[in-house]
Design a protein around this ligand. Structure first.
Ligand code: ATP
Ligand code: MG
Length: 371
């Protein structure tokens, strides 16, 4: 099969998106998740490095918008892929049913405070697109107090136009908006709901509201399809991601995030020759103030701060893993799970196992520290 890149899932307003023709069980060029682990891990690492440059350069802001039906895996994608982003320059915003204050304003009002500064990334977990999804399906404006002139227009049609203009404005003023629709099938949603009901630790995720919304499935599909067709543009595209296989959705989103950052192509800021000369003088002073000779630091893995990055670094560089194994073994008594993992590291099979083990180790550390 020809290699499938993210461009196959990208809509820019030219080709029509047909939801009934879309294969949400697609796994691209892969037959099995194990084949994709290596790329996923490396994508995370590249994303992390590019974000540092984006932040340092402070030239362009990015918003990744996530929309999906319930149980499509939005939260899992954000947790695994965006976990790689440093909270320093990246933040997630979850948009729920608007509060009474929010609904007393225009529907875009509540998004202004979530706008990324240039150099930052905002993750929108749901967004103003709800106003052309749930808002459209349930005709929510009918319950609002609005001027008569608004009722004489096609409110939803106007919103598509307003959203396109809003996003164009953001693009023109330094912020890219990249939109991701995780498209899960109705059958797969049923399976995931059943699993949420059957599994005690997933019970909290199921709500009667989700089950009610499922009854409007066809209306939602129409709303998603129209949304993609009406609001995709060259600079603010929609990506429709097959979401029946969580691993493939996560891989694809990692590709989209990576591609976006590669297109922005951030560069480390360069300091002037004069400044460089001045700091060289300062460096001499600092070195002279030290008791012995200054030795450059031995390359280290990042502290156990981010399981995704750590996992990526382990795969990237076995040598570094060995350094950590030696030093961390002594330092951190609580990291038994990581130790075990590193002992088996030449054949790291599953990213989930690494992430879970490290998360477990981090809990142990917290407990250890709090005692
Ligand atoms: P979780 O994975 O925790 O269920 P979620 O994003 O589904 O995350 P919920 O609190 O279950 O969070 O749902 C948020 C709800 O808010 C959704 O049903 C969504 O349709 C609704 N919502 C968001 N924006 C609007 C809006 N502008 N108007 C009406 N409803 C909205
Ligand atoms: Mg929900």
């Amino acid at each position: 099969m020809a290699k499938q890149g993210v461009d196959d899932y990208k809509y820019v307003g030219k080709e029509k998106f047909r939801i009934d023709k879309f294969d949400s069980a697609d796994t691209g060029e892969f037959t099995d998740r194990a084949e994709a682990v290596d790329e996923f891990v490396h994508n995370l690492l590249k994303i992390n490095k590019l974000q540092q440059k984006l932040y340092a350069e402070r030239k362009e802001g990015v918003i990744f918008v996530f929309q999906a039906m319930d149980a499509a895996g939005k939260d899992g994608v954000i947790r695994t892929v965006c976990n790689t982003l440093s909270p320093h320059g990246g933040r997630e915003y979850c948009f729920k049913v608007p509060s009474s204050e929010e609904s007393s304003h225009d529907y875009l009002w509540r998004f202004w405070s979530a706008m990324p500064a240039r150099g930052n990334i905002s993750i929108f977990n749901r967004s103003y697109y709800e106003d052309v999804l749930v808002g459209k399906v349930h005709k929510l404006w009918e319950n609002q107090i609005l001027p008569d002139r608004m009722r004489k227009t096609d409110i939803i049609k106007q919103r598509y136009e307003q959203i396109k203009n809003f996003e164009k404005y953001l693009y023109d003023t330094g912020t890219r908006v990249i939109k991701i629709f995780l498209n899960v099938s109705k059958e797969e949603q049923a399976r995931r709901f059943i699993s949420r009901i059957d599994t005690e630790k997933k019970n909290w995720k199921i709500s009667s509201g989700d089950i009610k919304e499922r009854k409007f499935w066809d209306d939602y599909m129409e709303a998603f399809e129209t949304m993609v067709n009406e609001t995709s543009t060259e600079v603010n595209p929609w990506y429709v991601v097959p979401a029946d296989h969580k691993w493939y959705a996560r891989l694809t989103v990692s590709r989209i995030v990576l591609k976006t950052l590669e297109e922005i192509d951030p560069q480390w800021p360069v300091i002037s020759d004069e400044e460089l000369e001045a700091v060289q003088e300062y460096r001499k002073e600092l070195a002279a103030s030290l008791p012995g000779e200054y030795l450059p630091p031995v390359p280290q893995l990042p502290e156990f701060a981010n399981p995704g990055i750590l996992a990526a670094e382990i795969v990237e560089n076995e040598e570094r893993a060995k350094i950590v194994e030696k030093t961390e073994r002594r330092k951190a008594r609580g990291f038994r799970a990581v130790e075990e993992l590193l002992e088996n590291s030449p054949s790291i099979g599953s990213l989930d196992a690494i992430i879970e083990a490290i998360a477990e180790a981090r809990d142990t550390e917290t407990e250890f520290e709090s005692k």
